[in-house]
Ligand binder design. Sequence first.
Ligand SMILES: C[S@@+](CC[C@H](N)C(=O)[O-])C[C@H]1O[C@@H](n2cnc3c(N)ncnc32)[C@H](O)[C@@H]1O
Length: 279
Amino acid sequence: MTIIEAGKIAADKLNQAKVPSAILDAEVLLACTLKKSKEFILANPKLKITKAQEKKYKALVKRRSKFEPVAYLTGEKEFYGLRFLVNKNVLIPRPETELLVEEVIKYVGTKSLTICDVGTGSGAIAVALKKYLPQTKIIATDISKSALNTAKKNADLNKAEISFIKTNLIYNIKDKIDLIAANLPYVPEEEKKIKNVFSKPLKYEPAGALYAGRYGLDSYEKLFQQTSNLPRKPTALFCEIGSNYAQKNKKMAQEYFPQAKIEIKNDLCDKKRLMIIKN
Ligand SMILES: C[S@@+](CC[C@H](N)C(=O)[O-])C[C@H]1O[C@@H](n2cnc3c(N)ncnc32)[C@H](O)[C@@H]1O
């Protein structure tokens, strides 16, 4: 079988299963199977693939046709121009989270602050911040040991020095934290029931990275509680939030930080995505 034949069969199968971006996914999975770039695949349509490669490719396409995310099949994802290893223990870093990284970089500038990435998952935020703000000290926490193991691998892969701590949010952190960056779970529990092309891939991601109570606010409420009880409060919190309950989240933040200036920024899809709390 040639590259073009294998690719066509795969794209048809993915189209039939109603997978969005079927052609692109077929190309990416073929490139991953052959351990070549997508450009190589496109430039060599008549090249024959081996029986073993065909078998491996079919297995990946079958998994994709059940809506398993491409990043879990290839084992990696790009975030903020950096490469991250991903697996079922970590949330796949999302492009919208780049807004949070961008805003923290702008805010920090050349200051030598201690930043805590709360709920680090794959380590995407922590690693990107350390690469672009090398003068800062970065602490990254997660409640999941297996997520932290992946985050450590990503820090090594990107040569970023980060202190990883397994804890509940920021509980018991000894350092004085100047700034909190957090992308904590914010999907309302009721959304577990929704079944469409956008929700199907979510069942492959860790539930503990996604859902946070009735309005998706529970994790942030606990973080605000812990932060407001710190003897020395951070000067700013940058929190990625769910757009549907953004106002509710802002109101909750105001109760915990009555003196703070709170602003909400929209992402590239014009959805309320980032809450910045400046104390
Ligand atoms: C939405 S994911 C975000 C992962 C990563 N920061 C990113 O932006 O791709 C939320 C992460 O928070 C972690 N988490 C959930 N509850 C936590 C808690 N109470 N304390 C620490 N981490 C928690 C989850 O294990 C998960 O890795």
